[in-house]
Ligand binder design. Structure first.
Ligand code: RIB
Ligand code: CA
Length: 313
């Protein structure tokens, strides 16, 4: 079967980095057409730096990396240095990238790619705030119907919130963008905190990364060692939750995941619950289902896939 063509939209972020590495290590299943960066975990200047660092770490300086939106559609940017460190990729010592950033704006790349590739052949994989995707849909409504599927990390139901009591970070940063994407009619696969909090880098799993004995395994071990502090303190977790790699792992082995096709709406008005994903998990409304909302993962299968693929780089 031909590899699935994807655009990764990202705000690296240690977990974004692992998602990108997994995609680049899996050419049989995934063809990365480009990486578009958005402001989120850290400001845009750092997310574009970090995305290129990760491509070079994977030995792929040929990957096209684009700068996108430097702030949400209508709100001030909220960042997460308290989770990811001041560079957004704290943990390993990594030098600045050599590969260039593309001149073209990320949104123009998304629009032009969706217009030029065969209809229904491109999957969007947003793993940060949804500003770039929503902007592309606003500027070029004709491309919405060309998207094969959107496989995103964001939201929560049972796990509720990680940046506020009610909302997950990616959705909370740009709720208007999220509402545009969730209301677009494009087939959605959503990886919420409900599933990503089951993908924890335990000590044994981190040791397995180190045992790969290549620069990627070492760097990923150091990234997740750094990244786990926030969740250990907040949730008492036994390791860092690998939020974003759930998306690229789904593209490779969807059978590792299970969920429900339900309606998910986004809170965009209440200050108290801004960015909440109101997921009709129990189907108590007659709202039309718009997303495959993932609730469970074969975590051991996920980590063995991830470790095996990282060893290829
Ligand atoms: O809430 C987790 C999400 O927010 C992940 O995508 C992480 O990288 C941050 O962007
Ligand atoms: Ca992210």
């Amino acid at each position: 079967m031909a590899p699935r063509k994807i655009i990764i939209d990202t705000d690296p972020g240690q977990d974004d980095a692992v998602a990108i590495l997994l995609a680049l290590a899996s050419p049989e299943e995934i063809e990365v057409l480009g990486i578009t960066c958005v402001a989120g975990n850290v400001p845009l200047a750092l997310t574009t730096r970090n995305a290129r660092i990760v491509c070079e770490l994977a030995g792929r300086p040929d990957i096209k990396v684009f700068a996108g939106s430097d702030r949400p559609l209508k709100r001030d940017l909220i960042t997460a240095e308290h989770v990811h460190g001041k560079t957004g990729l704290d943990g390993p010592v990594l030098s600045d990238p050599i590969m260039p950033l593309q001149e073209k704006h990320a949104v123009d790349f998304i629009i032009e790619t969706l217009r030029s590739e065969p209809k229904g052949s491109v999957t969007l994989v947003p793993i940060g705030p949804l500003t770039n995707i929503a902007t592309a849909f606003e500027q070029a409504p004709d491309v919405v119907g060309n998207v094969a599927e959107i496989v995103l990390m964001g939201g929560a139901y049972f796990q509720v919130g990680n940046i506020t009591p009610a909302a997950e970070f990616n959705i909370h940063v740009d709720p208007e963008a999220a509402a545009r994407v969730f209301g677009s009619g494009v087939p959605l696969v959503v990886m919420p905190l409900d599933v990503t909090h089951k993908a924890l880098v335990t000590r044994a799993r981190n040791d397995a990364f180190r045992a790969i004995k290549n620069r990627v395994g070492e760097a990923v071990a150091e990234m997740t060692d750094f990244f786990e502090r926030f969740d250990r303190e907040k949730y008492g977790s036994e390791g860092a939750p690998l939020h974003d790699p759930c998306t690229t792992a789904y593209l490779i082995r969807p059978e590792l995941f299970s969920g429900r096709h339900i309606n998910v709406e986004i809170e965009t008005t209440s200050d108290l619950t801004l960015g909440m994903t109101v997921a009709d998990w129990w189907r108590v409304t007659d709202r039309a289902p718009n997303a495959l909302f993932i609730g469970d993962i074969d975590a051991d299968g996920f980590f063995s896939l991830l470790t095996e693929r990282l060893a290829r780089l």
